[in-house]
Write a protein that binds this ligand. Sequence first.
Ligand code: GLY
Length: 564
Amino acid sequence: MMLVRALGLSVLVLLSACAPIVAADAERPLKPKTGAVASAHPLATEAGLEIMSRGGNAFDAAIAVSAALGVVEPYSSGFGGGGFYLLHRVSDNLYTMVDGREKAPLSASRDMYLDADGNPIPRLAKDGVLAAGIPGMPAALVHLSQKYGKLPLATSLEPAIRYAREGFEVDKRFIAGVTFKKDLLKTSMAADVFLLNGEAPPPGHIIKQPLLAKTIERFATGGLDGFYKGKTAKRIIKGVNEAGGDWSQADFDQYTVVEREPIYGTYRGSRIISAPPPSSGGVAIIDALNILEPYNIHEVDGVRRKHLVVEALRRAFRDRAQFLGDPDFVDVPTERLTHKFYADGQRASIRLDRATSSDSLPGFQPEDEGQHTTHFSVLDADGNRVGGTQTINFWFGGGYMVPGVGMLLNNEMDDFSIKPGVPNGYGLVGAGANEIQPGKRMLSSMTPTFVESDLGVAILGTPGGSRIISMVLLGVLERIDGANAEQISAKPRYHHQYLPDSITYESDAFSAEEVQGLQDLGHTLKESSRKYGNMNTITWDYAGNKVISGADPRGVGLAKIRVY
Ligand code: GLY
């Protein structure tokens, strides 16, 4: 038992955790003996399983999934974008994150999206070539292959090349995306590839991408040079410059992947391993968990649990935009923000009988980083893991498809603060830590995460802009409660990000009593008009050596296991 003081309220909180079924140490299996892939598209999941069946490990399979997603989910991610790949290698107990985030081009400058009077022109950071950062995903895939894979890169890329050449059938998600972005796609050759007579194609229509197939082939045979030099690089530079951008070979030469130490945290006996800066997600999630830890939210009623989760998110988000940016350019106080003592200070202002007003916290408003991205999880029979979250930012990125390359460029530049301290296109404000500088990585919310406990292991992540952070936090808490991959992916969601000072929630996230209870505490609630997120999760439970792969029922993805 422990006594917590909250603004004069003495609160008894129990430290006993909920008790999911766990395997005794003696029964704990060393290996899952089962492989698993969960991704947002069935063909991407099949690509991963195919590569495993050809002798690939989790890292080879991750390359296959990542590349395939870039072909069959061109609205979410791709070779013209970037991603984070959180890895665990069993043989030497290595944890690392391969950072393939895009970088600002060398011609970028702090005020590049401001007019002569210093007013932001947000469209410039969202549409077309000026919105694009230098792609990082190809470099990350080469790195994964060379350092961690067992198979040649060309083998792992075979399914993606096949899907690009032979085509894939459009689904409801694709149709919704092109309908939404039709006008943007018409600004480049993307319209020829994705639209039919200028309109969204009907269900069952096959999209073939022969140019992209050739681009991936050059990459498969040439590796890094097959993308960042020669024909592909030249065509990208020419296309970008003809469309009004300013890229050069030096941009491609300066692009490097960085391996970063993940963020580690503990929560009521579990270990959390998550994405470090330039992701804001790992820091925010560990901070929120530290704030929550002394409360026993696993054994309280729904109103109290949700109130406390929201109060933790409010505080974690307050710090996020202020302090976080590319650690290669700014000092990010990661250790301080993820320290339990820091959370003690934040917890001191939480009241159990009333919502805190965000205005009453000193602070800063966080940015929103885009609405579309994709996450996949991979586990192999040896227990190697990959949590990969990758993106071209908004649906179809900046909408610019490079002639002769057939690849969409991202619009990741919008993830920078286009003018520190002044609201951006979303009416949101960012900080100096995330201002634009040449060669800098823009802040991200992508949060591939592992949870390890006596129960076993979970690999999770999701798209969803700043909501990624609350979704992953809720997923971690579900896992602590004993949920498996399918339950974690399906669980209804709610979100708070400090400002706007309201809780957004999926219609089934709260009961009528919980809505009333939260309102009585002073929270403002906004029911989301749609379901959000696309969490693709794998859990490996030690009890019974059971692997479960869970695709988000909100999406069209596929989760499968492979029994050896
Ligand atoms: N572009 C979405 C993110 O990186 O958070």
